[in-house]
Design a protein around this ligand. Structure first.
Ligand SMILES: Cc1cc2nc3c(=O)[nH]c(=O)nc-3n(C[C@H](O)[C@H](O)[C@H](O)COP(=O)(O)O)c2cc1C
Length: 397
């Protein structure tokens, strides 16, 4: 049975959700699932905006057939060539042989790589600022390279003032009947996943997201139609502001994040003592995670949210406890910057992790790193509490 949603007078959502997939991109846990959005514009010409992941192909093809209601498909606009959106291009061509495919030079290069498809005869090659008139609707195209692949582009429907934003403004999370952001408690139930999605997947490309936002802000946008997650038709400024923060590595909250690793529990104990002292000093909503327990994608997202971070872990074979080292590599790889940080380490015979963590942090831009670093010798002792108080002073001042 088809499962579609009317978005505007002429626009339909024909996507579907996957609640079985454990890891998005075989990397990121998605306990709330994910949606693959696809849209159909019914004008004098019919237009499909992106396809979906192969996992939801059955539902999608049925949706498309229902919305077209016997009409042929004139155009398929490919805003993004990642397989979770482009997987069904060849299937669309088989079902709708008259279809023309709209994309930029890089799009067609990638279509040739992914598919054995003679695309040239049906290619409508567009570039920045080009238009496609479909009847009463005029569609504009703008390139948003590296948000998050080089060929990525957005389509703007000037008639309804709708921006089809590709992966921008997307989020993890299956759509549960409500496809509009104003129909769900986005701030409490979706924001964490939206942050985790953007920071992990496109976090490295803050400058490119900024460039895309600058272009978008020149348009009168009444609706955002991303390729994952809810459609935005209210309060767009609130969500765009989140993107401004994430893409400029500006913290959202004045909160301390405590990230610790521990083998036998002594570093964990010291982290708990420190968090208690921070609370005594007035810190609210302290966030604390064991780096061995929580997936790095959540920790990276939390690091983007908080303005101050404490890293603590044991020394491991002369190096950093591996789970912490992985996280630090992730932060560096995502261009993480602009935070106040303190470090403490632990070691039973030669503690070197703290020095190495600070070296890694100093390779990130604009990090205010506390010196020196507290070093626990196996277990925290009362004579080190004063040193711990100094971390608290540094964090709260
Ligand atoms: C595989 C392994 C390697 C270790 N390597 C070092 C080391 O190079 N230097 C050191 O001082 N301690 C080393 N340790 C000991 C721990 O860092 C130390 O006991 C620490 O206090 C553990 O803290 P925890 O109680 O939070 O796990 C190692 C422990 C393990 C299991």
């Amino acid at each position: 049975m088809y499962c579609t949603k009317k978005v505007t007078e002429d626009l339909y959502w024909v996507g579907a959700s996957d609640r079985r997939l454990a890891l998005f991109e075989n990397m990121y846990p998605i306990p709330r699932g994910v949606s693959y959005n696809s849209y159909v514009l019914l004008d004098e010409k019919t237009v499909l905006l992106d396809t979906v992941d192969r996992s939801v192909s059955g539902q999608f093809l049925e949706n498309l057939e229902h919305v077209l209601a016997g009409r042929s498909l004139d155009y398929l606009i490919v805003n993004h060539m990642e397989p979770d959106h482009c997987a069904l291009i060849a299937d669309i061509v088989l079902r709708y042989p008259e279809v023309k495919i709209v994309g930029n030079t890089k799009t067609f290069g990638m279509i040739r790589q992914f598919f054995d498809l003679n695309v040239d005869s049906r290619a409508v090659m567009i570039k920045e600022g080009d238009t496609l008139i479909t009847g009463k609707h005029t569609l504009f195209f703008a390139m948003i390279p590296m948000v998050h692949w080089p060929e990525a582009m957005v389509t703007y429907d000037a008639y309804d003032k709708v921006l089809f934003s590709a992966d921008a403004f997307g989020t993890f999370g299956a759509l549960n009947g409500n496809i509009f952001a104003d129909e769900v408690d986005f701030e409490n139930q979706w924001l964490e996943d939206a942050r985790r999605y953007l920071t992990n997947i496109v976090g490295k490309y803050g400058a490119q997201v900024q460039a895309a936002l600058k272009k978008a802000l020149t348009l009168d946008i009444q609706m955002l139609c991303p390729l994952h997650g809810p459609v935005w038709r209210e309060n767009l400024g609130w969500f765009i502001d989140k993107y401004q923060k994430w893409s400029t590595y500006t913290p959202e909250d004045h909160n301390v994040l405590v990230l610790y690793g521990s083998i036998y529990g002594n570093t964990e104990n010291a982290a708990a003592v420190l968090a208690g002292k921070l609370a005594d000093a007035g810190e609210k909503n302290i966030a604390m995670y064991d780096v061995s327990v929580t997936d790095p994608s959540y920790l990276l997202s939390e690091a983007f949210r908080c303005d101050r971070i404490i890293f603590a872990c044991p020394t491991y074979n002369g190096g950093i406890f591996p789970k912490m080292e992985t996280l630090l590599h992730e932060l560096k790889a995502h261009n993480f910057q602009n935070r106040k940080v303190a470090v403490f380490d632990n070691g039973t015979w030669a503690a070197t992790a703290g020095k190495q963590i600070r070296e890694m942090l100093s390779q990130m831009k604009n990090m205010e790193i506390m010196e020196p670093c507290l070093s626990v010798k196996s277990a925290l002792k009362a004579d080190q509490l004063e040193e711990m108080d100094k971390i608290v002073e540094f964090m709260v001042r």
